[in-house]
Design a binder for this molecule. Structure first.
Ligand code: FES
Length: 643
């Protein structure tokens, strides 16, 4: 029997979606392009996708994530509730994933990256991957009977120094050339696209339009996609735009998405989804800046290995199966149109090279951004997302690994966790009388706590004696903020009368253990890598911390909880979105792009999971800051002083 279709009307967005009976409310939201917070990708485990059922027939799975009082008010999990009739559904503030909440304005992750990219790019010759040059060619005569294409190539060689044998062109360029050269009176603009070993004449245009040359650098993240529009003729950043990765609906982490694609024969869907996200960003950027698609001649994408595979339509299946292989790590430039990216028809797509299955182009890009590959001293780059990718090295060698930190720093698995967005607590102070001072992103009423807030919260809980070094609450302390619930102890950070959700923002015992496990994975990855090279933490001269931690990250707190090694704070530098910085550097300079390839080839991948030392280190790091406190002398001093 064929299922009926029903209408689901979502408030306050005022969107109606028609969907088959038996599909979930979350399916309906995604169909209507409505982003609901679904950190576990619809597994029913994160409890973040709560919506209010207004009217109509539903069928809900039992869940512990909805309390009795919430259920009485109509709260259900969108992912575990089937549509069985026409419905009205309200999406409460805390469950919304509003694109406008992705912070791109005064967020150092992005604004800082502009300055950083500009500064670092100065190390390279300003010579974009796709370049436009204006030529005034000598007119042919009986004494000068060089053919049109050869005449053009000679003009290019004279102007740029590119040898003739390195120049090539597509037949479509050759077909149009005779008419165009004569119409233009031999004054033309040539668009040149850099491939590794040759230069392609992408387009020839009438007259001088050499100033009209734009490119887009894209960080293709598992959660968000960030695009920077660049004026390649002036080496300037024009504008920035960001969105959520629409693949979120198929799983929060990339392994879930590979499994989804395999089980649902949906590789094409994944490819089209990510290409469409990039297209929408480009479309917004060009409209806002009164440009046309024709003005954009290149896109450089930096993403982890799985996102790069999905974007290129490569099968990522073997990435999650032993021996964990990518389909390709170094992919040559191609026409952007080949993967459905809408720029100038001749425009090129460059993807930054991956190192292997778990260290992708975003990390090659990050290493390029901080120029770790040319450092005289030993440095460490840590990029923290769902995985913590770690690169140790200098100009002579580089080792990298990927530690499975889990998504708790992005708010998943944390009772009041959320991504770094407006209303997220990003800084927490606890006084000696257990009063709590919280700072939220955008100074908005608190709606949850993001990664930087969680780190700061944990550090201050242990400093103030609310928890001990195992992470357990000290039951004897004198404060009403610590209370017992059916699910164990929790500590109230912000009471419900001051939150946007009208529910207390708390940190529970289970949350604390989750964060400790995540930070332990990062620290043990660092220490295993450092020790495997016969070195100690004191040998690290510079530590770069990248990732989407919001606009505040207290480095000292990250050391106090033992996520980062006990090095002087002055050695640590927060570099924000290093992935997009590196992509921009490549667009501005083909030398930088060539170096990104060398960086990926130079890095040696170190497999943590097959390493016994890593497992031992991980167990020891499940403590605050570590079972071996002597590894953290400044933290030992700090906690002793305050106890
Ligand atoms: Fe519904 Fe996680 S519980 S998406």
């Amino acid at each position: 029997m064929k299922n009926s279709n029903y209408k689901v009307h979502f408030f306050p967005v005022d969107v109606t979606v028609e969907i088959e009976q038996g599909k979930t409310i979350l399916d309906a939201a995604y169909k209507g392009d409505i982003f609901v917070n679904a950190l576990c990708g619809g597994d029913g485990t994160c409890g973040k996708c709560k919506v209010i059922h207004g009217s109509g027939m539903i069928e809900s799975m039992p869940t512990t994530h909805v309390s009795v009082s919430e259920a009485q008010k109509g709260y259900v999990l969108a992912c575990s509730t089937k549509v069985m009739g026409d419905l009205e559904v309200i999406i409460p503030e805390e469950s919304k994933l509003d694109k406008s909440q992705i912070l791109v304005g005064n967020f150092p992750q992005f604004s800082g990256s502009l300055a950083a990219a500009t500064a670092k790019t100065k190390h390279f010759k300003q010579d974009p991957l796709v370049n436009k040059i204006y030529l005034e060619l000598p007119q042919p005569s009986l004494d000068d009977s060089v053919a049109d294409y050869e005449r053009l190539c000679q003009g290019i060689m004279v102007k740029t120094g590119i040898p003739l044998e390195k120049l090539t062109a597509n037949i479509s360029v050759l077909k149009h050339l005779p008419k165009l050269l004569r119409e233009s009176k031999w004054m033309v603009t040539v668009t040149l696209g850099h491939h590794h070993s040759f230069v392609e004449i992408l387009e020839v245009q009438l007259g001088d339009v050499s100033a009209n040359n734009y490119g887009v650098a894209v960080d293709v993240g598992t959660t968000t996609v960030v695009a920077h529009l660049l004026d390649l003729s002036k080496s300037e950043t024009v504008d920035i735009e960001a969105t959520y990765n629409s693949q979120i609906k198929y799983g929060d982490d990339y392994i879930q998405r590979i499994i989804y694609a395999e089980q649902n024969d949906a590789m094409e869907v994944m490819q089209e989804g990510i290409a469409e996200d990039i297209n929408q960003l480009i479309s917004t950027l060009i409209k806002r800046n009164n440009l046309s698609i024709h003005d954009v001649n290149a896109v450089v994408c930096a993403g982890n290995t799985v996102m790069t595979h999905f974007l290129l339509g490569l099968d990522p299946t073997n990435i999650r199966k032993e021996p964990y292989l990518s389909s390709a790590n170094l992919v040559p430039p191609m026409r952007a149109s080949e993967v459905g990216i809408k720029i100038n028809n001749h425009g090129l797509l460059y993807t930054l090279p991956c190192v292997g299955a778990y260290v992708g182009g975003d990390i090659s890009s990050g290493v390029l951004a901080v120029r770790q590959d040319e450092a005289e001293v030993l440095s460490l780059l840590i990029d923290i997302g769902t995985n913590g990718e770690i690169v140790l090295g200098s100009k002579d060698w580089m080792m990298c690994c990927s530690a499975s930190a889990g998504p708790s720093f992005e708010g998943s698995g944390i009772s009041c966790g959320m991504r770094a967005a407006k209303g997220a607590i990003e800084k927490v102070g606890i006084t000696s009388t257990f009063d709590v001072i919280c700072k939220t992103i955008g100074n908005a009423p608190a709606s949850g706590i993001c990664g930087s807030g969680l780190l700061d919260c944990l550090a201050n809980l242990v400093r103030s004696g609310v928890i001990d070094r195992t992470g357990n609450f000290q039951k004897g302390i004198n404060t009403e903020r610590l209370r017992k619930t059916d699910n164990g102890y929790e500590f109230v950070l912000v009471s419900k009368d001051k939150t946007s959700t009208k529910r207390d923002v708390v940190i529970t015992q289970a949350d604390i253990q989750n964060i400790i496990r995540s930070k332990a994975a990062i620290y043990s990855g660092i220490s295993t890598l450092v020790e495997s090279m016969g070195m100690g933490m004191n040998d690290i001269e510079q530590l770069f911390l990248a990732g989407g931690f919001g606009n505040y990250l207290d480095i000292r707190s990250a050391i106090t909880i033992g996520m980062l090694p006990d090095v002087p704070v002055t050695k640590v530098q927060f570099v924000g979105n290093s992935s997009v910085i590196g992509a921009k550097m490549c667009l501005f300079s083909k030398d930088a792009y060539e170096i990104a390839g060398k960086i990926a080839s130079k890095m040696t991948y170190f497999d943590l999971m097959s390493n016994n030392k890593y497992m031992e280190e991980y167990v020891s790091a499940n403590f605050l800051p570590h079972t071996a406190i002597e590894k953290f002398p400044s933290v030992a001093e700090e906690l002793r002083v305050r106890s």
